[in-house]
Design a protein around this ligand. Structure first.
Ligand SMILES: [Fe+2]
Length: 409
């Protein structure tokens, strides 16, 4: 793999992410916008509605976008068999790249497809969203980079898309974004628009029954971090806040059991609910955990959820001086209100969850996945370029990013 080029101060300035961001008091955050016009089917066996949903959308020849693992375990074939004439593209890697997307786009054109099915975790569904975007929009994905004003260039002229998650974590089936590693920006880059919401999300917890404990834990901690970070984000949106609280309750209810006994459909349903609600809640924004995990995830093979799990306790401690009342309020709303140290209880609970799950504890445990401690300054610069920390409750400097990475290593 080529050595990624270090970002420069000019990059930081260009992205409006200078090392000392303006204080929230000087520039009030823009209001959060909640747009949710799309269909969501939820329940065991919901996948069997796929053909009817595609027919309703007028799709005759869908491209099923997935990853090699789902082909190997037979799930991709099973879902493709639910519709008459699906073409299959299974070349999506974890932390997908623009190259994955362009190869999928080629399949889409060659097979004369007229719609998409995203089947998988966040990588496959995000890749399907990006193929969908480039199927009707000119140029490259970098032209639609949120941090470069790309959202305004995304129109409603998109082919229909169904999203079927096979993990309970990213919530991208209910999200407006697609996150792809791009050569032009050298980092995971998001294209974001309400138009990118899948036309229909089909959430069938039976599709997650075969997920192994490690991936169940990592994706579950991704869902947990979505609920926590969106609740604490600086934008104000009561609908998203309520959804975040409910999502966190479902994750607390299902995560440990789903990891212990993957065949427990009740626990799997709770986790799929938590992931879906987490994905909706972060329409109001995320925080520094996601900026750091996007930076690290684009540089190696580390799992996004595992990175979030490691980073979240450190970020909560970093945010506590600026967000103590909100952390305490969230803890109280999910039933942790006791003893006058609600914020502390929530942080402890997250720490305990990490300790009890089959996950790496520290970033240093992920060096086999391509992460290197000496590159902390580079990772910190990439994190500053990411959009998520702009709604973090405590403004982040480059030094803050480096400090967080150092403490988590
Ligand atoms: Fe995430």
């Amino acid at each position: 793999m080529p050595e990624p080029s270090d970002s420069t101060d000019a990059d930081l300035e260009a992205a409006g992410a200078a090392a000392s961001p303006p204080s929230p008091a000087a520039e009030p955050p823009a209001p959060a916008v909640f747009t949710f016009p799309n269909r969501v089917l939820f329940g065991a066996g919901a996948r069997r509605s796929l053909a009817a949903e595609l027919e309703r959308l007028g799709v005759a020849r869908p491209l099923l976008v997935t990853d090699p693992g789902l082909v190997a375990c037979g799930l991709a074939g099973e879902v493709a068999g639910l519709v008459d004439s699906a073409a299959i593209f299974s070349g999506v890697h974890a932390n997908p790249t623009e190259d994955d997307v362009l190869r999928g786009l080629e399949c889409y054109g060659e097979a004369r497809c007229d719609g998409l099915i995203g089947l998988g975790g966040g990588s496959a569904i995000d890749a399907a969203k990006a193929i969908r975007l480039l199927a009707t929009h000119p140029g490259r994905l970098a032209d639609y980079d949120l941090t470069a004003g790309g959202s305004a260039r995304i129109t409603a002229d998109l082919p229909p898309m169904a999203a079927l998650p096979t993990t309970a974590g990213t919530g991208t089936e209910a999200g407006r974004g697609t996150l792809i590693q791009l050569p032009q920006t050298g980092r995971k880059t998001i294209a974001l628009s309400p138009h990118l919401l899948p036309s229909v999300a089909i959430c069938d917890p039976e599709l997650t029954l075969g997920l192994p404990p490690g991936l169940t834990a990592a994706t579950g901690m991704d869902a947990l971090s979505h609920c926590v970070e969106s609740y604490l984000s600086t934008t104000v949106h009561p609908i998203c806040d309520g959804i975040a609280v409910e999502g966190l309750r479902y994750v607390f209810r299902g995560l440990e059991e789903a990891v212990r006994d993957g065949s427990n459909l009740g626990a799997r349903s709770a986790m799929m609910t938590g992931a879906l609600l987490g994905g909706i809640s972060f329409h109001k924004g995320l925080g520094v955990v996601h900026s750091l995990s996007h930076a690290l995830g684009g540089e190696g093979r580390a799992h996004h959820g595992a990175l979030n799990a490691i980073l979240l306790p450190h970020a909560l401690r970093f945010n506590r001086p600026a967000a103590e009342p909100r952390i305490a309020e969230l803890a109280t709303r999910v039933g942790l209100g006791r003893g006058g140290d609600e914020a502390g209880h929530l942080i402890t609970l997250v720490q305990l969850a990490l300790a009890s799950l089959p996950l790496p504890r520290r970033l240093g445990d992920l060096e086999a996945d391509g992460l290197e401690r000496r590159r902390i300054p580079h990772y910190a610069r990439l994190a500053m370029l990411d959009h998520c920390h702009r709604t973090n409750p405590r403004p982040c400097t480059l030094a803050d990013m480096e400090g967080l990475l150092d403490r988590a290593w």
